[in-house]
Design a protein around this ligand. Structure first.
Ligand code: BES
Ligand code: ZN
Length: 651
């Protein structure tokens, strides 16, 4: 029997004493069973002197009992209220066949008003909310009868709803209307929808959303091309997806087609720039399909979010959420779109089963992103991208080795009791991609492409663990081709194996040689570089140049470079971040007003994090104070995920 409290309107966040005691007894029991079997983690143990890996029993980041009873479809009734910054919702869950008396959902910062069972006739039922965990939120335990088909959760979001970014009009391009977007990955969907928030479960969804009539609502589903006068929108997502891919955005936007099955939603102010920047979108979809087969989600659109969006892009199905910094004016950041499109296969079609397997989403995607770039712009450009990634990877490995979690350089992570966001490092992304590049190099591209195409086909609309992937790899690629390859070393051991493939780029070497000459005191703009302009080289070439410049250079030299190339005023955040970091380390304070403006305007986590980190690490007088003061001015414009990351850096 459930330790439930009868609820009417209000939520009771009351830790339940009996429940706690029961939990302790259960925990003691579990610990004794586990220690009697083995002292190693559940999904890795020694048998007959050999390392044996089994699939994890469950996703430690979800409270849900999805293996006993699971949502197969959820219908959302949502009323988006911009006066109160609250979503009033009903989540109508259709459940799988079951024989249990309790269904457990994940919630975080939500107010649960009432829960009913049934479709046409609804009957109120009891529920209880367990203890709140700072990372995972709380289990919502609903009393049901075995066989219950429909569970309807009436709720509203709160100030603490971490997924939602409510923007005032000033933070939009048009400055007239407010704006709202959600960010579900990794475990934030539970903060705006009560749901079994684990990638191990896939669901279809539909929604009826009401918004102010001046605004349009869009979801990771089939989308309207125009506003309607009532502000009512209906959505269907007919393919089964994990909960972290449910997404909503509301704002004053218009649609512009870029091809027969793709287009871009943006504020009207950005339309022309978007049309120029993303002109290749349809070609890109074709290029991706040529590599791994049909795009399975029909339409592929982009939506350009405001500057606070904490990522470069987010692969919400059918509707990639994109950062406005991608509109660099020279199509130089299109690889981010290639990346999000690639997730339509790696991640959205075949999904990591738990956040410990995150590299299966991101490593495959970075690999695929690079293949798309190669198909569209040639091998030289693809290699330039990969070399810069490799530099990033080496730096990250060093940083992680010195952190509290040196084991995080393994591809398979152990994030139990930690925030799954901790796994969003270059390890999953770049070490993961280099594993695949190394394998490709061993077997040859034709075989490797065949292998990956079959992998996507045979696991389509499924979730997969690292262990199952390794089994599949052995069976379908390594054994048939008689290849000896130490996958364990790549996946379960720290650092970068020495068999990692090396990629070179003459164009980047040239830029580095130029930087070396500058470091040794030669004039900067001389010889072949006499009249060089920013537009003469691509983003990654400038990054290679800046990264090689010495922090010992004088302020005069740095300022000369800046006034010739206008790097502080640069629109491209990748160049700009590297440039600011060099200047921080060189103690050049002239760039501070530019840096401050940048940190206030942009909320893209990776870029701003590296700047705040450099300010904290420089050890130079006043840098930390400048970082703290700038964060104070900027933080209200950041989404929760960036805000909490930067708080971590500053503390
Ligand atoms: N899915 C990620 C973003 C993400 C990861 C959000 C983990 C929350 C938790 C997205 O596809 C991504 O990787 N974005 C990158 C793009 C880059 C690698 C090209 C980004 O935002 O920088
Ligand atoms: Zn990604």
């Amino acid at each position: 029997m459930l330790n439930s409290v009868i609820h009417n309107e209000t939520i009771i966040f009351r830790p339940l004493l009996i429940e706690k005691q029961m939990k302790n007894i259960y925990l003691l029991f579990l610990i004794s069973v586990l220690t009697s079997i083995s002292c190693t983690p559940i999904n890795k143990h020694i048998e007959d002197g050999k390392l044996v890996k089994t699939d994890p029993i469950s996703d430690s980041h979800s409270y849900s009992n999805h293996s006993e009873i699971r949502t197969t479809h959820v219908h959302l009734d949502l009323d988006v209220n911009f006066e109160k910054n609250i979503i009033y919702g009903i989540a109508r869950h259709k459940m799988s066949e079951n024989n249990v008396s309790e269904a457990i959902f994940d919630i975080k910062g939500l107010k649960i008003k009432k829960i009913t069972l049934g479709k046409d006739i609804e009957v109120e039922t009891d529920f209880a909310i367990g203890e709140i965990d700072a990372i995972k939120g709380a289990p919502l335990k609903v009393n049901i009868k075995p066989g219950t088909e429909y569970i309807n959760i009436y709720y509203q979001t709160s100030k603490d709803t971490e997924a939602l970014d409510w923007l005032t009009p000033e933070l939009t391009a048009g400055k007239q209307y407010p704006y709202l977007y959600t960010q579900g990955q990794a475990i934030l969907t539970r903060s705006w929808i009560p749901i079994q928030d684990t990638p191990m479960n896939r669901i279809t969804y539909s929604a009826d959303v009401t918004v102010p009539s001046e605004l349009i609502a869009l979801m990771s589903a089939n989308n309207p091309k125009e506003k309607n006068t009532e502000g009512h929108y209906h959505f269907e997502m007919k393919q089964a997806i994990p909960a972290y891919l449910i997404a909503l955005v509301v704002g004053d936007m218009e649609y512009n087609a870029l091809g027969e099955s793709c287009g871009v939603y943006s504020e009207a102010e950005l339309t022309e720039q978007c049309k120029y920047e993303f002109v290749d979108l349809q070609k890109m979809i074709k290029a991706a399909e040529n590599i791994y087969g049909e795009y399975r989600w029909d339409q592929y659109d982009l939506v350009i979010l405001p500057y606070s969006f904490p990522f470069g892009g987010m692969e919400n199905p059918r509707l990639t959420f994109a950062n406005p910094t991608l509109i660099a004016g020279d199509r130089s950041l299109i690889s981010v779109i290639a990346h999000e499109l690639a997730h339509s296969w790696s991640g959205n079609l075949v999904t990591n089963a738990t956040w410990n397997d995150f590299w299966l989403n991101e490593g495959f995607t970075v690999y695929f992103e690079n293949r798309i770039m190669e198909a569209m712009y040639g091998k030289e450009i693809a290699d330039i991208n990969a070399v810069i990634e490799y530099q990033d990877l080496l730096t990250s490995i060093q940083d992680i080795e010195q952190s509290d979690h040196p084991e995080d350089t393994q591809l398979k992570l152990q994030l139990e009791n930690r925030n799954p966001d901790d796994g969003m490092t270059d390890i999953a992304y770049i070490k993961g991609a280099f594993l695949l590049r190394t394998l490709e190099n061993l077997v040859g591209r034709v075989k490797f492409d065949g292998f990956l195409t079959n992998y996507f086909d045979s696991h389509a609309f499924e979730t997969i663990t690292t262990e199952s992937f390794v089994q599949y790899l052995n069976k379908k690629l390594l054994i048939p081709n008689n290849i000896k390859f130490d996958t364990d070393e790549w996946i379960y051991r720290p650092g970068l194996p020495i068999n990692c493939i090396k990629i070179n780029s003459q164009r980047l070497l040239d830029m580095e040689a130029w930087a070396d000459r500058v470091n040794s005191g030669e004039e900067v703009f001389t010889g072949e570089y006499k009249n060089i302009k920013r537009a003469d080289r691509v983003t990654q070439e400038w990054q290679a140049f800046i990264r090689k410049l010495s922090p010992e250079l004088s302020t005069e030299v740095l300022n000369e470079i800046d006034s010739n190339l206008m790097l502080s005023a640069e629109a491209n955040p990748a160049i700009k971040s590297d440039w600011f970091i060099l200047n921080i380390n060189a103690g050049n304070k002239i760039i501070r007003p530019f840096m401050e403006a940048y940190l206030i305007k942009i909320g893209r986590r990776w870029y701003i994090e590296s700047i705040y980190q450099a300010l904290v690490d420089s050890g130079l007088k006043g840098d930390k104070e400048f970082a703290l003061a700038t964060f104070e001015k900027a933080k209200n414009g950041y989404h929760f995920v960036s805000k909490s990351t930067i708080e971590g850096v500053l503390n």
